[in-house]
Write a protein that binds this ligand. Structure first.
Ligand code: HEC
Length: 138
């Protein structure tokens, strides 16, 4: 009895939240898409999510399918062939456009290429965003 009423309370609660979301969402959507006021870092953050980077790369130092991108710029990375690279904007760009060209040691070459899926400006926004994370412990 108690369990049943708890369950129906939750269902009613969900329905109310859903209804609220339906009412509120169109407004926030419109506000969110009036983009020009967004900073490059904010746009980069948005891209990081929208383009799926977040699925494979954390921004808090935790290893996922790919290395964490917290503080990635300036990091010295060992490649599969034993060579070492200091991450800069050129290497970053190449990592996105031709991910198979250089594979980080200890990771599988599973990153999709972003050629044609990210403009140069979008790559720059991603760079600004990732640089803004540097040193932040989250
Ligand atoms: C399906 C998983 C996946 C997705 C999605 C993905 N990556 Fe990767 N990424 C990897 C893996 C695995 C590696 C390591 C192997 C390699 O070097 O390709 C990597 C490597 C990198 C590197 C080199 C890192 C280093 O330490 O040298 C950068 C930079 C990078 N990814 C950025 C991105 C960005 C930005 C996005 C989104 C636009 C993205 N990746 C999307 C899996 C992914």
């Amino acid at each position: 009895m108690i369990f049943a009423s708890g369950t129906s309370m939750r269902i009613i609660g969900s329905l109310i939240l859903f209804g609220l979301a339906m009412v509120v969402a169109p407004d926030t959507g419109a506000a969110g898409s009036s983009g020009p006021k967004q900073s490059h870092a904010e746009q980069g953050k948005e891209l990081y999510r929208a383009k799926g980077c977040v699925a494979c790369h954390s921004t808090d130092g935790v290893r996922r399918a790919g290395p964490s991108l917290l503080g990635v710029f300036g990091r010295v990375v060992e490649m599969q062939d034993g060579s070492k690279i200091t991450v800069d904007e050129n290497y970053f760009r190449q990592s996105l456009m031709e991910p198979q060209a250089k594979i980080v040691k200890g990771f599988s070459p599973s990153m999709p290429g972003y050629k044609g899926r990210l403009t140069d400006d979008e790559v720059k926004d991603l760079i600004v965003y990732l640089k803004s994370l540097k040193g932040k412990a989250k």
